[in-house]
Design a protein around this ligand. Structure first.
Ligand SMILES: C[S@@+](CC[C@H](N)C(=O)[O-])C[C@H]1O[C@@H](n2cnc3c(N)ncnc32)[C@H](O)[C@@H]1O
Length: 262
């Protein structure tokens, strides 16, 4: 927490507001995605299911996957606690929806499904896209599948696998939009990035969650933005967005914006 607070003070000092942005691409992105206040028809339905799950006190066995996912001492956890601890906030999930809606990627990958609420947003953003969501915890996969089914979503495949096994199997798979949201360690984050960046094309977008979650995650983000392939990188504090379009000048923008707190 202290790392996050100190980092946000530094972020404010070196960051920029949307009024100082010169890139037309970023200007449109801010206007049509970040500042887009519209409510899409699927939002209330997803939030209704989320509300139902937030009252679910049934327990599941705890898994100790990734960094920071082993809360408390008991070896079981209530489903509503998993929801509280792990899910991206509705605001963040809606922002991801708007990104997919705006960039129209064909193949979307979510690394870390948990209970499937962000998965539902990613899938609803564009019914023509294929969303693959990967989760190593079998029980969460089951709950996520129920979430997805109850919302009548057809374009999602949830894969019960560890990220490393998937990467091994999916050496040549290419995704146009990837949400990296599990196993927040520097080494793992960089290995997932290195796997994905090898086959990246110019209109692809990568989103890294929690880039200020720890020093390690921030080191990973620093390595990503310094990699040769990204051009523009946008640091929203709550997440980092990576663009590869060679027509964009290579620059790293820290944007002071309400989404810093999503
Ligand atoms: C933060 S949660 C994902 C939240 C979800 N993307 C959302 O937006 O609500 C991270 C998930 O990744 C899973 N996970 C962590 N490390 C993993 C790994 N190495 N392989 C597969 N799944 C992993 C955890 O079980 C957890 O459910």
């Amino acid at each position: 927490m202290l790392f996050k607070i100190k980092s946000y003070i530094k972020f404010l000092i070196s960051g920029t507001s949307k009024y100082s942005i010169h890139s037309p691409f970023l200007h449109h992105f801010i206007q049509d995605v970040l500042d887009h206040g519209g409510i899409f028809y699927c939002f209330p339905a997803i939030e209704l299911v989320r509300k139902k799950v937030s009252q679910d006190k049934k327990t599941i066995k705890k898994s100790d996957l990734g960094a920071g996912s082993s809360y408390g001492n008991k070896n079981v956890i209530q489903i509503n606690q998993v929801l509280k601890q792990e899910q991206s906030s509705p605001k963040k999930a809606k922002l991801l929806f708007k990104m997919v809606n705006y960039f129209k990627p064909e193949k979307v990958l979510e690394m870390g499904t948990s209970l499937g609420f962000t998965t539902a947003y990613l899938a609803n953003a564009r019914k023509k896209n294929e969303v693959l969501s990967v989760e190593a915890d079998k029980q969460k996969c089951k709950i996520a599948s129920i979430t997805i089914k109850s919302l009548g979503i057809k374009n999602v495949k949830i894969i019960n696998s560890s990220f490393s096994d998937l990467i091994e199997k999916a050496k040549h798979w290419h995704f146009n939009f990837i949400y990296f949201d599990g196993n927040h360690t520097e080494k793992a984050t960089l290995s997932y990035f290195n796997w994905a960046v090898e086959k990246v094309s110019e209109n692809d977008v990568f989103v890294f969650d929690d880039i200020y979650w720890s020093k390690e995650m921030h080191n990973a983000w620093a390595a990503i933005i310094n990699h040769e392939k990204p051009t523009l990188t946008l640091d929203l504090f709550s997440m980092g967005i990576v663009f590869f379009n060679p027509n964009l000048s290579k620059q790293h923008i820290k944007l002071i914006h309400p989404s810093n707190f999503y």
